[in-house]
Design a protein around this ligand. Structure first.
Ligand code: HEM
Length: 439
């Protein structure tokens, strides 16, 4: 314990992967004094927890790891039980393959316009903070496509700023989840202030949307139009919780993941040139459109590899409702069970040279040769990510637009280090020099 905690703060990814490697795929009980969760890394056992036996392993609102985050999102799509299942039923139609594909023509135009604004710093020779630029691009695309501009880009960016404050202020509670909420911890005050700032932006928008929701085609209108399983309109608190959750998951995830792409391309020139070659060949002289996306296969493999190394939802904590046996180990009722795509996807037990950035791991043949749960960046079972399809298509559009228009050079040669907050994110900013591609 004394040995583990400082390491967990200093280099949490290495410390966690080492836990995994030491367990060699066995279910192990970690020892944090009074808190002793089980760590599950073997794909066979991960499938049991998230999929086959998901009824017994719940994302309990009382579970220690969930508690800090619940103070932001409350009950709803990121919770469990009756309210979660209603929210999931209400929101799911937005994320079917057909619905998402229908959004892509509009998104392609919004993203092309937002990327074109980088011409100015590129021509002036000014470096850009690519995280901030991706935030601007993603917010513009998502607020239009999913929120029909009920939330402006400026408002979305204010929410993102508060989300940033939350992501860092929550770290002590995520890493020391057994400290009771009644014991003050560093970050608590900043956390509460940030939640208030999000509500100050979103609650008036949610209230104003109520009167026009009947005719609206956006996520907030969908929530107001919805009925609970027993026929009531869902209450303002649930509309608020689900709106806050949907704004967070549609922005932070894509923005954070893509930040790592550019430093990796700099270090892997062969990957960078295959990516450029594919995008130039498929897109040609015109604009990137929805029709190009199925042909951008290597781009998709690059994204697959990126979320192998950087699965933003890095930890899926579950609570056992009844006693069980997993991989020969007895799990008592009420125990916390941790599954983590970050750990399993970086373990040498399941991946050859896991530290190497290699998109060729995702050729169809190599995917077929792996256990389904050796790779689970989007989780699995009843809580499987709703946004998977949207993520791939949106990220392909952003990457294809950026790569067609510019060449990138990071100011610092190192990869940014990983910060494990509620979501996984880059600790340092990534500054890039952009050079327009001459045609
Ligand atoms: C467009 C972006 C995204 C949207 C709209 C989205 C949406 C969601 C939603 C609504 C859930 C909750 C599902 C439920 O509990 O029923 C969820 C869960 C999840 N998402 Fe996403 N997501 C997005 C991007 C991502 C990305 C990029 C990743 C990872 C690389 C990711 C990984 C996950 C995981 C692992 C879960 C499951 C958590 C658990 O089992 O407790 N999501 N997502």
């Amino acid at each position: 314990m004394r040995y583990v905690l400082p390491r967990l703060f200093r280099d949490p990814t290495a410390a966690l992967v080492e836990f995994g490697e030491r367990s060699q795929g066995q279910v192990v009980k970690l020892n944090f004094g009074s808190f002793r969760p089980y760590l599950v890394t073997n794909p066979v056992h991960v499938q049991q927890v998230l999929g086959d036996r998901s009824g017994n392993y719940v994302r309990s609102g009382e579970g220690l790891f969930w508690r800090p985050i619940r103070r932001l999102f409350g009950d709803g799509i990121l919770g469990e039980g009756q309210i979660w299942s209603e929210s999931r039923r209400i929101l799911q139609p937005w994320f079917t393959a057909r619905r998402v594909e229908a959004l892509m023509d509009g998104m392609a135009m919004t993203i092309a316009d937002a990327v074109a604004e980088l011409d100015e710093p590129a021509l002036a020779g000014r470096p850009v903070d690519i995280g901030a630029e991706q935030a601007r691009i993603v917010c513009r695309a998502i607020m239009r496509a999913l929120f029909a501009d009920r939330i402006t880009v400026a408002e979305a960016l204010r929410i993102m700023e508060a989300q940033d404050a939350i992501a860092t202020s929550v770290i002590p509670r995520v890493l020391l989840p057994f400290v009771p909420l009644s014991v003050p911890m560093p970050g608590d005050r900043a956390f509460r202030r940030a939640v208030r700032r999000i509500d100050e932006v979103l609650v008036p928008i949610i209230r104003a949307a109520r009167s026009t929701a009947a005719h609206g085609d956006d996520i907030i209108s969908t929530l107001w139009q919805a009925r609970t399983d027993d026929g009531r309109q869902i209450d303002e608190q649930q509309v608020r919780n689900d709106t806050v959750a949907m704004v967070a998951v549609t922005t932070e995830t894509t923005i954070n993941v893509l930040t790592w792409l550019w430093p990796h391309l700099e270090r892997s020139p062969e990957v960078a040139s295959r990516l450029q070659e594919e995008i130039e060949r498929v897109v040609g002289e015109g604009m990137v459109t929805a029709a190009h996306l199925p042909q951008l296969r290597y781009t998709r493999m690059v994204l697959d590899e990126l979320i192998r190394l950087y699965p933003v939802a890095w930890l899926a904590p579950r609570q056992a409702t009844a006693a069980d046996v997993l991989g020969g180990v007895r799990i008592e009722a009420g125990a916390t069970v941790l599954v983590s795509p970050l750990i399993t996807q970086r373990m040498a037990t399941y991946w050859e040279r896991p530290e190497v950035f290699d998109p060729d791991r995702f050729t169809p043949e190599r995917i077929r040769g792996r256990h389904r749960y050796a790779y689970f960046p989007f989780g699995g079972g009843p809580h499987q990510c709703l946004g998977m399809h949207l993520f791939y298509l949106e990220a392909q559009l952003i990457v294809a637009n950026l790569v067609r228009r510019f060449r990138f050079r990071p100011r610092r040669p190192e990869l940014p280090s990983v910060q494990l907050a509620a979501a996984l994110r880059a600790r340092e900013r990534v500054e890039l020099d952009l050079r327009p591609v001459s045609r």
